[in-house]
Write a protein that binds this ligand. Structure first.
Ligand code: IDP
Ligand code: MG
Length: 152
């Protein structure tokens, strides 16, 4: 069975606030494997497709304005249970309700500036990875210390 993968993006507020290293470090230290990483300013079309499920919501156009306003750091992380675990590392959508110890709980105060995105399920993850990355940008590899994290 193919290993589980999720799409994670540091939003423009996280990049502008200098939180890239802090956020990457949390995923690295947890023990997940980085499969892809790039910085880009998303086009409006990409942002609208990414947030397509929220198209009818009142905050949609503001959300698209924000996510296209500057560089985003887009990533794919891999590991058993990574989709749900990443959501736990990220914390609740409303930063004031996110638990301390989570990225949003520790680093954000506002729902419209909540620093990071993470896929919310298997189908969404596959859709978002395909939307943001070409398959040639995904790199499988074996970390040299893998046996110290995962039983073989
Ligand atoms: P998620 O990012 O935790 O998965 P979603 O409900 O999928 O949360 O919403 C997507 C993004 O839309 C949120 O991360 C947040 O930035 C923004 N958002 C959601 N609800 C609101 C709102 O009520 N006002 C403003 N922005 C919102
Ligand atoms: Mg969501």
């Amino acid at each position: 069975m193919a290993a589980e993968r999720t799409f994670i993006a540091i939003k423009p507020d996280g990049v502008q606030r200098g939180l890239i290293g802090e956020i990457l470090g949390r995923f690295e230290r947890k023990g997940f494997k980085l499969i892809a990483l790039k910085q880009l300013i998303p086009s409006r079309e990409l942002a609208e497709r990414h947030y397509g499920v929220h198209r009818e919501r009142p905050f949609f156009s503001g959300l698209v304005d924000f996510i296209t306003s500057g560089p985003v750091v887009a990533m794919v992380w891999e590991g058993d249970g990574v989709i749900a675990s990443a959501r736990n590392l990220i914390g609740a959508t409303k930063p004031l309700e996110a638990n301390p110890g989570t990225i949003r709980g520790d680093l954000a105060v506002n729902i419209g500036r909540n620093v990071i995105h993470g896929s919310d399920g298997l189908e969404t993850a596959a859709f978002e990875i395909g939307l943001w990355f070409d398959s040639s940008e995904l790199h499988d590899w074996v970390p040299s210390d893998q046996s110290w994290r995962v039983e073989s």
